[in-house]
Design a protein around this ligand. Structure first.
Ligand SMILES: Cc1cc2nc3c(=O)[nH]c(=O)nc-3n(C[C@H](O)[C@H](O)[C@H](O)COP(=O)(O)OP(=O)(O)OC[C@H]3O[C@@H](n4cnc5c(N)ncnc54)[C@H](O)[C@@H]3O)c2cc1C
Length: 403
């Protein structure tokens, strides 16, 4: 879309009343997701900027989906009728230092929220690899970061407000609504239009990020738990070639009482000598600072910087979740497929996530956890980033979850 068309459409969207005539996204330009692999089924969308406009829209429109920041790789966000955008509803509603919560409008992104929170002396427990995504869209889909003890981003949600199909406003909270709340947080957009989200916050903290290169697979096999628990957040990036993990990213919190000493050698991996991108051929300019340079939590937890293209841009991602006890077995099984996946792959990422109690979460307590009664049962997660231009049509295309 050219700038003129964009400005014209934005102005129309800002001034259009509810149920205005069809608004085309762009002349000849289809509305797509971020990766461009999903062409949405309609170009009609409406941008609400108040609760009243949301309610009017919900009551008058029979079928629609909410458009977040369009980062999903699959067609979960697709609609053939209409889209509702809350992009303009992006303000902090209230920061409650006593309760340690922040309430925000659903159109807000982490990139907007985090610097605000930090400026007020607060932080979130974890972030995804990128800050560009909307808080409501990310939490609705159980978006995660990494860290043995860190639940996914949805676990920070302590209250929700959404508008149901009838136009009724529903408010649910963790403290008041028990299992109803646990069933609603990861709602995949199916319960209604989320208009406000309340998140748990904690005092702000600083972090350091260290990258190591060439971690031998035999070490991963033998010491997987020690490796994944060696820092606050750990990510392993591998192309599955040469029997090694290409890069290990360790993110540690700066805590005077628990100083983190980066080892000279990490299970056989050597410290990187400069900032790296997870895809080694790409510029590290898009990435958050490494080499142990201290910085705020929101500029170390994500791999990619706000204002820069996250990851590779033209790519597809698929994710596979396995219970922690099967992690090594699963990693070795994929490693055996290295010749088949290699030609289609940019990079894979292995992370760990704490179990949670949100019904639709990818990390919902497993049978294993219930049988053992363990308090936490982190899942291990593999993410694969495929080069779209080299993608085989029926291989690794859709997000898949294994339990
Ligand atoms: C480069 C890149 C890196 C990524 N990294 C990670 C990562 O590190 N970890 C991870 O877990 N995921 C990651 N993802 C996936 C991404 O976080 C998820 O797809 C997430 O859902 C994106 O949020 P969104 O707002 O863009 O969602 P959309 O694609 O816009 O929408 C997702 C779903 O949420 C619904 N929705 C959105 N807003 C609302 C609302 N207000 N009310 C009701 N329903 C709503 C939509 O209808 C849809 O069903 C990455 C994606 C990309 C492109």
């Amino acid at each position: 879309m050219n700038k003129r068309t964009f400005l014209k459409l934005s102005t129309m969207a800002m001034t259009s009343p509810v149920l205005s005539p069809v608004l085309a996204w762009a002349l000849g330009d289809k509305l797509k997701n971020w990766a461009g692999n999903v062409e949405y089924g309609t170009e009609q969308w409406y941008a609400a900027d108040s609760m009243e406009q949301v309610k009017d829209f919900v009551i008058k429109e029979e079928n629609f989906k909410v458009l977040g920041t369009r980062h999903c790789f699959n067609n979960i966000a697709d609609s053939t009728n209409y889209f509702l955008s809350l992009k303009k509803m992006d303000k902090v509603v209230v920061l409650d230092p006593e309760a340690r919560t922040v309430t925000l409008e659903a159109g807000m992104t982490y990139g907007q929220l985090c610097p605000y929170l930090d400026s007020k002396g607060f932080a979130l427990h974890n972030l995804a690899s990128l800050p560009h995504i909307s808080v409501a869209g990310a939490c609705s889909t159980a978006t995660h970061g990494s860290g043995d003890a860190n639940g996914n981003l949805a676990t920070a949600v302590s209250a929700l407000e959404f508008v149901r199909a009838s136009g009724e406003t529903v408010r649910l909270s963790r403290s008041r609504d028990g299992e109803t709340f646990h069933g609603a947080v990861v709602g995949l957009g199916a319960l209604g239009v989320i208009t406000k989200v309340t998140l748990d916050i904690q005092p702000t903290y600083q972090m350091r990020q260290y990258v190591y290169e060439n971690l031998p697979f035999p070490e991963v096999k033998q010491h997987f738990d020690a490796i994944m628990s060696s820092a606050y957040s750990v990510s392993l990036f591998t192309d599955w070639q040469k029997q090694r993990v290409n890069e290990v990213w360790l993110k540690s919190r700066i805590e005077p009482e628990k100083p983190f000493q980066p080892p000279r050698e990490f299970f056989g991996a050597k410290p990187a000598t400069k900032n790296l991108h997870p895809i080694a051929e790409l510029s590290a300019e898009n990435c958050t600072p490494q080499m142990g340079v201290p910085g705020p939590w929101y500029e170390r937890l994500p791999h990619f910087r706000m204002g820069f293209t996250p990851s590779a841009g033209k790519e597809l991602q698929s994710e596979y979740f396995v219970p922690r006890r099967h992690a090594v077995e699963a990693i070795l099984a994929v490693e055996r497929l290295r010749d088949q996946v290699g030609p289609h792959l940019l990079i894979s990422e292995i992370r760990s996530i704490a179990a949670d109690n949100l019904w639709m979460s990818t990390c919902y307590a497993t049978d294993h956890r219930r049988r053992t009664g363990a308090a936490r049962c982190p899942s291990a997660l593999g993410e694969a980033v495929h080069d779209k231009s080299r993608e085989a049509p029926f291989q690794l295309r859709k997000t898949a979850r294994l339990y």
